[in-house]
Ligand binder design. Structure first.
Ligand SMILES: Cc1cc2nc3c(=O)[nH]c(=O)nc-3n(C[C@H](O)[C@H](O)[C@H](O)COP(=O)(O)OP(=O)(O)OC[C@H]3O[C@@H](n4cnc5c(N)ncnc54)[C@H](O)[C@@H]3O)c2cc1C
Length: 386
């Protein structure tokens, strides 16, 4: 049984059902209605944690093969560029070397190459760039619907409009869940994948999940001219990310997570604020000074489910039969297919079956052990991102 029909829950359902496991997903509203529906969907393997880079690499083939296997999930292969300033150039090169060691197609490119890919971008304050030709962006909502359909084809049951009010585990062993209509749904294993709502369901069992909801704003911009097929840009100097959006627009997100705005995931301001627009306008002006006709066309906000090390919790707990897959900290889209596989490994085999993805990296106990999962080559000023 899986609690939560977000992208991670339905990815786990797809992987489990494909292995012949009987699965039911209980979703309080509709599939993809949580953080998934707000995702920017950026696809890159550029991580400083090898297991996460390996998960993103493994997931990439699922996005690429989606048209044949899942239907159109909105994946667009635009390429991915990450640019850093002088203080982070050595770390970037070390990360790229690590990526290539994992078989990932990633290499350094120069200022001239970036000028060709992104003619309107100012590049003089970057010192080095990484490039992934197979990167791009997808649509998390469509991906969740496609995973749901695939799971159903393999026999999974998806119950929407079914809020779980309690996970029951008398004597330290999961027996099932209680839903809002008072009925009890028995299950020997419960995968808790309820994003920022997970801690409240785990706490009564004595399982403390250090996950908090953090509000993030997104701006949509009409660049005022046809930019063509620009790649995704992670700008680790101005701390923003930019990708193409349908209709010739651009989507701008913030990469400066140094002053988190903690929020209630059930009641947060969805509209972008004036101060954020002003900040985005200044960054836009800095990075794309030539886009003189650019203007905002919209904005919205979503919530990341953030852990203290900005990496997910995927693992068993002190309660027998309770597996957690939550706390994706704003980067759970690109790794979602591999998350499903890891959860299925944990449920079926008790451990990861992928040597590049050690389950221990994502264990809950790392927080009390004070062993956070951190980048091997962190970026100064943008450490939380990778
Ligand atoms: C603004 C924004 C931008 C992002 N951009 C990117 C990006 O560019 N690249 C990237 O890789 N990732 C990105 N992410 C992160 C990624 O989208 C998320 O990590 C991922 O979608 C989270 O999926 P989830 O299933 O863990 O959580 P959710 O989608 O939040 O799903 C949890 C589900 O649990 C359900 N639920 C809650 N309580 C209960 C209950 N009691 N009973 C039953 N169901 C319950 C909710 O209704 C919800 O559907 C972004 C996220 C946001 C918010």
């Amino acid at each position: 049984m899986i609690v939560g029909g977000g992208l991670e829950g339905v990815s786990a359902a797809r992987s489990l059902a494909a292995r012949g496991v009987t699965v039911t997903v209980l979703e309080r509203a509709t599939v993809g209605s949580g953080g998934t529906g707000k995702s920017s969907g950026i696809v890159r393997c550029h991580y400083g944690v090898p297991s996460l880079a390996a998960m993103a690499w493994k997931s990439l083939t699922v996005f690429e093969n989606a048209p044949e296997e899942l239907g159109d999930v909105g994946f667009r292969r635009t390429g991915y560029v990450v640019g850093v300033g002088e203080r982070n150039a050595a770390a970037l090169r070390a990360n790229l070397a690590m990526h290539r060691g994992l078989g990932i197609e990633a290499h350094e490119i120069g200022h001239d190459d970036v000028k060709e890919l992104w003619p309107t971008a100012r590049t003089d304050d970057f010192a080095a760039f990484g490039y992934e030709p197979r990167g791009g962006y997808g649509d998390a909502y469509s991906t969740a619907q496609a995973f749901t359909a695939a799971a159903r084809r393999d026999g999974a049951v998806i119950r929407q409009g079914t809020p779980v009010v309690a996970i029951e585990a008398p004597a330290g062993r999961v027996t099932g869940v209680r839903v809002a209509d008072g009925s009890f749904v028995p299950a020997g294993t419960v995968v808790l994948a309820a994003g920022p709502w997970s801690p409240a369901l785990a706490a009564p069992l004595g399982v403390e999940l250090p996950i908090r909801a953090m509000r993030e704003q997104i701006m949509l911009i009409d660049p005022g001219e046809d930019l063509g097929d620009v790649p995704v840009l992670s700008d680790l100097v101005a701390l923003q990310y930019v990708r193409a959006e349908t209709g010739g627009k651009l989507l701008f997100g913030n990469s400066d997570l140094s002053a988190p705005e903690w929020a209630d995931p059930d009641s947060y301001r969805n509209r972008a604020e004036e101060s954020f627009m002003e900040r985005t306008a200044a960054r836009l002006e800095h990075r794309f000074p030539g886009l003189i006709h650019a203007g905002f066309t919209g904005g919205y906000a979503g919530c990341y489910d953030v852990t203290p090390d900005f990496n997910p919790i995927i693992g068993t707990t002190g309660v027998e039969g309770l597996v957690v897959a939550a706390g994706f900290s704003g980067h759970g889209f690109k790794i979602a297919p591999a998350v499903g596989e890891l959860v299925a490994d944990l449920v079926v085999a008790g451990d990861s079956l992928d040597p590049f993805v050690p389950a221990s990296d994502f264990r809950l106990s790392r927080f009390v052990e004070e062993c956070p999962l951190t980048s091997l080559h962190p970026y100064e000023g943008a450490g939380e991102m990778r």
